[in-house]
Write a protein that binds this ligand. Structure first.
Ligand code: FAD
Length: 436
């Protein structure tokens, strides 16, 4: 009888747990290949995790858990071509620092920089943008260990189908060991953040989206209040927030005070509308100019659960109106603002923005609050519009549904059948979303 595993794993939000049979920390691609072959010999599944920032069970490892911390080297920096190759476990914040040292940057990114490069990529992590899409669109090449233990590379020229499938592959086609990023020269972003009323935001979304490189907004449920963000490239000089203002806004108000608010609304949900009205008013306007990644990202210390759906861009305004109407009909009491972002079409097969200009609507609850009724209600609304769930954020969709909203879903499954017929890289989540 094999010994009972004592390895415990849980994700950032604390809503996913695993007890893998074995945990190893490979330090080279060869060691990853060795671990995959050893798992096959023992009849175990294998999965590398990132930093566990997915809310779904995407990173749950049942058999062998490969920790990312040994694979963090920067392999090469080609400043002239903007191509930078790093190992899969490097955290995004370290990638950003390395790029900055070489006068380079990612053209667009999401709200945080804690994830590993491979973990963020595998669920098609994105920010907001008019011209530049998500991480999967900023990749030049991938190195992967396949289920048979062989090492392969892919790019637009070399194994292009694998490249299109594996860029956002949920770890189901192979273990990514290295990523070559297509970067741009370092740039400054000027951030303009302003409170705005719901009617004005909805009336001017298209104008804001067309006029800004990165437009997004938050709506405070139960209120008229929104907080808008417009980020555009600037020549400089940099005018960052002062240390005091940064601490006050981004650490104290957005995290410490917001955490306290959520502890209150957890105990007294009926207070959420009043508190949201105060929060929406408290968020003032501010403008600053800083290194791109410092504007794109900010710290998040209040734990939450999240669901995010990607819908065709043209449905955004009707979807938001219907979402607001849902709040009027249901007895939800939600303290977390709803985040709205946009992205041009992407070409990675399982990117949520595949083949269509996309709008993202993200709903959150405090990690201790119930999410079922709220997330289910929003999910019903957005799936009726052909919505695609973010692979790393909570949803209830299965392969039967996903096959109807991803044109290349069948091609992905066929490639998976070919590359991993024994489902070496499967876990409960891939069984849910791919059907086996
Ligand atoms: C506070 C917070 C803010 C967030 N903000 C955003 C945002 O702005 N935009 C957005 O799109 N998402 C956002 N997310 C979601 C997050 O970016 C994704 O869930 C991302 O996948 C997490 O990366 P990770 O390193 O934690 O990977 P994990 O969650 O640990 O893993 C994600 C997937 O990648 C696989 N994987 C990891 N490494 C490898 C590898 N080397 N080879 C093959 N597969 C691998 C895992 O097995 C798993 O399937 C946020 C999440 C949180 C908690």
């Amino acid at each position: 009888m094999s010994p009972v595993s004592t390895h415990q794993w849980q994700n950032w939000a604390g809503n996913q747990h695993a007890t893998p049979r074995r945990v190893t920390t490979p330090r080279t691609t060869a060691e990853v290949a060795e671990a995959v072959r050893a798992a096959a010999d023992d009849g175990l599944t294998v999965r590398m995790t990132g930093t566990g920032h997915s809310f779904t069970g995407a990173a749950v490892a049942e058999g062998v858990l490969l920790r990312p911390q040994g694979l963090t080297a920067v392999r090469s920096v080609d400043t002239a071509r903007g191509l930078v190759t790093v190992e899969a476990g490097l955290p995004l914040h370290r990638l950003n620092a390395v790029l900055a040292e070489h006068g380079l940057a990612l053209a667009n990114m999401g709200d945080i920089q804690e994830q590993t490069v491979a973990g963020a990529l595998q669920t098609a992590t994105h920010g907001t943008g008019r011209d530049v899409a998500g991480l999967a669109s900023q990749i030049h090449a991938l190195e992967l260990v396949l289920a048979d233990g062989t090492v392969t590379t892919c790019s637009r020229e070399e194994r292009p189908e694998l490249f299109d499938a594996a860029r956002a592959g949920l770890g189901a086609l192979g273990v990514v060991t290295a990523i070559t990023w297509r970067t741009v020269p370092a740039f400054l972003l000027r951030a303009e953040e302003a409170p705005m009323r719901w009617d004005e935001v909805l009336g001017r979304i298209d104008e804001f989206d067309a006029a800004n490189e990165h437009f997004e907004f938050y709506w405070f449920p139960h209120t008229e209040g929104c907080s808008t963000k417009r980020n555009n490239r600037a020549d400089g000089p940099a005018e960052p927030l002062s240390a005091v203002k940064y601490w006050l806004d981004d650490q104290f108000l957005s995290n410490t005070v917001f955490g306290a608010i959520n502890r209150v609304t957890h105990l007294a949900p009926a207070a959420a509308p009043v508190i949201n009205r105060i929060s929406a008013k408290a968020l003032g306007a501010r403008t600053y100019t800083d290194t791109s990644y410092k504007v794109f990202t900010s710290p998040r210390t209040v734990r939450f659960k999240e669901q995010e759906y990607a819908i065709p861009r043209e449905h955004l305004v009707p979807a938001l109106k219907e979402l607001r109407a849902l709040f009027d009909r249901r007895d939800w009491r939600i303290s977390f603002p709803i985040e709205v972002r946009m992205l041009p079409a992407e070409d990675a097969w399982l990117s949520m923005a595949y083949g269509r200009p996309t709008a993202f609507i993200a709903v959150h609850v405090y990690h201790r609050d119930p999410h079922d009724a709220y997330f289910r209600g929003v999910e019903e609304l957005l799936t009726a519009l052909g919505g695609r769930p973010h692979w790393g954020k909570m949803h209830t969709r299965d392969a039967a549904y996903l096959g109807t909203v991803y044109p290349k879903f069948g091609d992905f499954l066929a490639l998976r059948d070919e590359l991993d017929p024994e489902r070496r890289f499967a876990n409960p989540y891939t069984r849910q979303v791919f059907g086996d």
